[in-house]
Design a protein. Structure first.
Length: 115
């Protein structure tokens, strides 16, 4: 008799949750359910009116509040991915550069944001 696990038993997966005051990890940002991520990290996602093909989105950080503004031309997958990518940038998490053609340009836009 060997050590076997019945095929009908699903693997147990721990729920991804961030502890209060804890800085998120890159794994958390890219694996947590998007709605929970946005709620726990105080991320608001809005749709931009910028329709330029070179613009996918931007992120504005004000204290503990993060606003991700995305192009209206993005599909569901791109909206999910870029929300997570820009949130990771807001937390200054270490990431490898995106593959071509997703070049990212970082700009200080604090002069353009009203209080």
């Amino acid at each position: 008799m060997g050590n076997t696990v019945p095929a009908c038993v699903p693997p147990i997966q721990a729920a991804l949750r961030l502890l209060p005051g804890q800085r998120p990890t890159l794994d958390y940002v890219f694996e947590a359910p998007l709605e929970a991520l946005a709620s726990e990290l105080h991320v608001e996602v809005i749709t931009s009116t910028i329709t330029d093909a070179d613009f996918f989105g931007c992120v504005v950080v004000r204290g503990a509040r993060i606003v991700v503004m995305l192009s209206p031309n993005l599909g569901e997958y791109e909206t999910d991915f870029f929300t997570r990518y820009l949130t990771a940038h807001a937390y200054k998490l270490e990431m490898e550069p995106l593959p071509t053609p997703f070049d990212v340009e970082l700009n200080d836009m604090t002069h353009a944001v009203t209080a």
